[in-house]
Each structure stands twice: as structure tokens, then as C-alpha cells.
Design a binder for this molecule. Structure first.
Ligand code: HEC
Ligand code: HEC
Length: 325
């Protein structure tokens, strides 16, 4: 008996040491991505213009890195807050911690090289080497065209420099360890020709990270077979529960019966609302779908997105998108 006892003690000590070593490895040696490139992007007018379009209407950098006005439909940004950050993404969105969007105006980024911004946005590693939480969809941005990433950076360099104080993000246990294993090297792909509408639509859906909200996840990965079928919940103040819609081509519970024009119209309706934001009362329909910003996408891009979504597998999943508890 006594020997068995001793063996157990040694075994537990061994296991403790092994776990300790593993955790120190994860904390100290990871994230393991290459140093940022020594890079100076040429901020041409064409790049700034393309970047403005992508950052405001497709990849929504500006949506997350500004302050949003939730007294209005779909939470448009306060116009003077472009890039100042401070939005909180936390447990009420089902996240394993509290993540604040940093200031991305020159106030914060002027001492970052272009290479450091490219690395942060496409691999999830900040200037100081810390891992970022993938609420910022770098797991999508890593597959964008390098030229588009350069354009976005050219544009954010033009944002008015504004001071703001943003709290540091905190991951709960065990995400404070796991987070270091998430960043991987970028895998930039060239943008398909806009004539190849389905491939181009797929590129946009990735760049806009639609699946981050519209696909159910398990341990950070989309659940296979349920992509784009919705069902993720957001608990809003006032007992409002918003659930993401099924945007697979299922005819009863998805967008299977929608014509291209039906699809476009849903976005186009928000172009007016973007100009004249609509105040919502406590019981009015409210949504986290960033309609206001996406509505600035041009019709050709929206059409390509529609055509791509129609090629996905239909999934039956009835969703009530808006409910009061
Ligand atoms: C869904 C919201 C969201 C979107 C979209 C988004 N970000 Fe972020 N971003 C964040 C959050 C939150 C963090 C901080 C994450 C953390 O602290 O772990 C962050 C971090 C960053 C950082 C690192 C800053 C620092 O001080 O460490 C940069 C740079 C950045 N984002 C730029 C961008 C750009 C450029 C885009 C568009 C291509 C973009 N972000 C899109 C939410 C977002
Ligand atoms: C921040 C989360 C979020 C992102 C990102 C997002 N959506 Fe949504 N979306 C929602 C929610 C929540 C709803 C349901 C409420 C509503 O209709 O506004 C919704 C509704 C929709 C609807 C209406 C479906 C219906 O049955 O009425 C369409 C179409 C749609 N989204 C397409 C997209 C596309 C395309 C993208 C990417 C370009 C996208 N969404 C990105 C959250 C999101």
C-alpha cells in the first residue's frame, strides 16, 4: 500500500510539473508568428479610397473601433468617434472575457510601423507581441488580398488623430492561456475577378466576416454542416434578445425564397437610415446586424454576396431574431 501511495504522490507531482511546463510554454513561447515586416506602404489616393470603402462598409474596422449609439437602429457610430475605440465585447455576447476595441487613429498607431499593423490585422499579434482575441476577425482578414489590407491601412492612417483612453482587454481562465495558441501566420490570397461573381462574393463574405455572427461555433470553430444557419444570441440591455438569422438558402427558414432584389432591398433600406438614424424605443425592433454600415456596399458587391450565399448548403433552422424576455 505504502509504495502505491508514494507512486501516486510522485505521479501527481509529475503531472503538476508537466502542466506547469505546458502553461509556461503557452504563456512565454506563444504566440509564435514571424516578426513584423519592415514595410512602408505608399498611401496613394486610390488605396485610401478603396480602404475607406472596405473599412467602413465591408470589413467594418470603423464599426468596431468607434463608439456606437445604441439608442438608434442598428447602433450607428457617433460620427465624430471614427477610430477612437472603446467598444466592449464581453460575456453578454457569449465571449470568454472582456475585450475593448483599441484606438486605431494616429493618436495610438503613429508609432506603429505599417508592418506592425499588417501583422496585428492578419495574424492577431499586437505590436508588443501579445495575442489578440479573434473577436477582431483576423482569422478572416488573414486570407484577404494584400493589396486590400494595404488600402485599409492607407485609409486608417488618414483618420483624424483623437485621444481616447481604452481599458485593457482581459481573458477569463482558461482563455488567458488558450488565446496565445490562436494567432497563425497570414495566408493572403489574391482577390478573384469581380466578373467571377460567386468567387468574388465568397471573398467579400470572408472579408466581412458574416460567418462570425451567422454560424454557430464550438470551441471557436464553425460547427460543420451548420454554417450560415444563424442562432447566435446577443443579450441586450432591457431584456432584449437578438438572435442571428439563418442566411442559408433553405426555402422555409432561410433566404431560399428571396430574389436578388429582395436581398438588395434589405440593405438598401438602410441607406436612408444611415443618413437619418432612427431612434428606437425600448420595445422597438433593434439589431446588432451592422446594416447601416453594410448598406454602403455597392449593388454589385451585394449581388455577388447574394449569389455566393445561394450556393451554400440549405440548413433548416427556424430563428426568432428579436424577442423581449
Ligand atoms: C468585430 C469587431 C472588430 C472588427 C471588425 C475589427 N476590429 Fe480591430 N480589434 C477589435 C478588438 C476588440 C481588438 C482588441 C482585441 C484584444 O484586445 O484582444 C482589436 C484590435 C485591433 C488592433 C490592435 C491594436 C492594439 O493596440 O493592440 C488593430 C491595429 C486593429 N484592431 C485594427 C483593425 C482593422 C484595420 C480592422 C479592419 C480590417 C479591424 N481592426 C476590424 C475589434 C474589431
Ligand atoms: C455582428 C453580427 C452580424 C454580422 C457581422 C452580420 N450579421 Fe447578418 N444579421 C445579424 C442578426 C442579429 C440578424 C437578425 C436581425 C436582423 O434582421 O437585423 C441578421 C440578419 C441578416 C439578414 C436578414 C435575414 C432575415 O431572415 O431577415 C441577412 C440577409 C443578413 N443578416 C446577411 C448578412 C451578411 C451578408 C453579412 C456579412 C456581409 C452579415 N449578415 C453579417 C447579425 C450579423
Amino acid at each position: 500500500m505504502r509504495t502505491t501511495g508514494k507512486v501516486l504522490v510522485y505521479l501527481s507531482i509529475g503531472i503538476f510539473i508537466a502542466i506547469g511546463l505546458l502553461l509556461s510554454y503557452v504563456k512565454i513561447a506563444l504566440p509564435d508568428v514571424a516578426k513584423s515586416k519592415n514595410l512602408k506602404i505608399e498611401y496613394t489616393p486610390a488605396r485610401i479610397q478603396r480602404g475607406e470603402y472596405l473599412a467602413n462598409h465591408v470589413s467594418l474596422c470603423v464599426d468596431c473601433h468607434s463608439t456606437r449609439d445604441w439608442s438608434k437602429l442598428s447602433g450607428p457610430i457617433f460620427p465624430d468617434s471614427k477610430g477612437v475605440g472603446g467598444e466592449l465585447f464581453d460575456e453578454t455576447h457569449g465571449l470568454p472575457g472582456k475585450y475593448y476595441s483599441p484606438n486605431i487613429t494616429p493618436y495610438q498607431l503613429s508609432n506603429w510601423t505599417d508592418g506592425e499593423i499588417v501583422r496585428a490585422v492578419t495574424t492577431g499579434v499586437s505590436k508588443n507581441g501579445n495575442a489578440l482575441f479573434p473577436i477582431m476577425p483576423y482569422t478572416h482578414f488573414r486570407e484577404m488580398d494584400q493589396e486590400d489590407i494595404y488600402s485599409i491601412i492607407s485609409y486608417i492612417r488618414t483618420l483624424p488623430s483623437q485621444k481616447s483612453t481604452v481599458l485593457a482587454s482581459v481573458s477569463n481562465f482558461p482563455m488567458n492561456f488558450i488565446i496565445n495558441t490562436i494567432p497563425v501566420e497570414a495566408d493572403m490570397k489574391s482577390m478573384p475577378s469581380t466578373n467571377n461573381k460567386i468567387a468574388y462574393g465568397k471573398y467579400l463574405v470572408n472579408a466581412a466576416a458574416c460567418s462570425e455572427c451567422h454560424s454557430k461555433k464550438e470551441k471557436g470553430e464553425n460547427i460543420k454542416g451548420l454554417e450560415f444557419s444563424g442562432g447566435n444570441q446577443f443579450n441586450m440591455p432591457g431584456g432584449i434578445v437578438i438572435t442571428t438569422a439563418n442566411i442559408t438558402p433553405d426555402t422555409e427558414t432561410g433566404i431560399g425564397k428571396w430574389s436578388k432584389q429582395d436581398f438588395l432591398n434589405r440593405f438598401i433600406a438602410y441607406r436612408d437610415i444611415a443618413l437619418n438614424p432612427k431612434i428606437v424605443s425600448k420595445t422597438d425592433f433593434q439589431t446588432v446586424m451592422p446594416w447601416t454600415m453594410y448598406s454602403g456596399m455597392n449593388d454589385n458587391d451585394l449581388e455577388a454576396i447574394y449569389l455566393y450565399l445561394k450556393t451554400n448548403k440549405p440548413v433548416k433552422n427556424k430563428v426568432i431574431t428579436f424577442a423581449l424576455e
